[in-house]
Design a protein around this ligand. Structure first.
Ligand code: SAH
Length: 263
């Protein structure tokens, strides 16, 4: 492929190429670049963001599923060539590259898998101190929202249990080729100092996911499957609906359930 032959956007891969250099630079500048030596970009496409990342004083790795984008990157970013992982981010075992080292994650994500990208990040939280990314605006707002908000949900609680989440800025469809149908939003996550929860973490995930399955119901109703004692269920916390509980209250709730199950 010639150097200036551009990648044809493929819908099934969620390809919307960013055309605004100043936004790419702003996204690259959103990480602190402190506390880790490696950064992984997911879905670099033609490298609009990668180019600014390569200016930073860290080692840049990219993971890209699209063969055509990979050959474009190999032709245009010669110094990146041996750090291009041609794989599906969701399936690839990142320990093969990073072993136990910490790394930050960044990208203008394919929107069809952006929640799954976040879940995989949460699973690897031990190694990921920072995360910056472009989502569909509505999803980015949801991840950063607080209890009491209409959009507060599973993604908000699970993310904010481990990370401080900041919504940075909105990006309009007009700066992409082809333009998506919706606005985009960039968010920044920085891992909390105490990101080990004072409760059973597996149970915490189950409590949050089950609680939000029926968001209009009280927790007493939606957590029935946990087979809790009548004594515990009389606790006033069960009168609430999931969207009213802060992250800390979800942790307390998990502790109560843990004690109840074990007694
Ligand atoms: N970062 C580029 C491209 C964004 S479009 C830009 O801002 O212009 C999203 C990119 O993610 C595409 O290049 C697409 O091929 C890639 N992609 C889609 N699914 C992927 C997956 N499962 N793993 C890795 N990359 C993926």
């Amino acid at each position: 492929m010639s150097k200036d032959h551009h990648v044809r956007a493929k819908k099934n891969l969620g390809q919307h190429f960013l055309t605004d250099e100043s936004i790419a630079e702003k996204i690259a500048d959103s990480l602190s670049y402190k506390g880790y030596d490696h950064v992984l970009e997911i879905g670099p496409g033609m490298g609009v963001l990668t180019k600014y990342l390569l200016e930073k004083d860290v080692t840049i790795h990219v993971i890209e599923i699209d063969t055509e984008s990979v050959s474009y990157l190999k032709n245009n970013y010669l110094n990146l060539a041996d750090r291009i992982i041609e794989k599906d981010f969701l399936k690839y075992n990142l320990k093969e590259v990073f072993e136990e080292q910490p790394f930050a994650v960044i990208g203008n994500f394919p929107y069809n898998i952006s929640s799954q990208i976040l879940f995989k990040t949460l699973e690897m939280r031990d190694q990921i101190p920072e995360f910056s990314g472009m989502f569909q605006k509505e999803v980015a707002l949801r991840i950063c929202s607080k209890e009491g908000s209409k959009v507060y949900g599973i993604l908000s609680v699970l993310t904010q249990a481990f990370y401080n989440a900041t919504y940075l800025f909105t990006v309009p469809p007009s700066v992409f080729n082809p333009p998506p149908k919706v606005d985009s939003g960039v968010l920044f996550l920085t891992r909390k100092e105490n990101y080990i929860l004072p409760c059973d973490e597996k149970l915490f995930f189950r409590v949050v996911k089950t609680g939000f399955q029926q968001r209009r119901k009280t927790l007493r109703n939606s957590l029935k499957t946990f087979d809790l004692s009548d004594n515990l269920k009389s606790n006033l916390i069960f009168d609430q609906r999931p969207e009213q509980l802060s992250v800390e209250q979800f942790i307390t709730l998990t502790q109560l359930i843990e004690n109840d199950i074990n007694s």
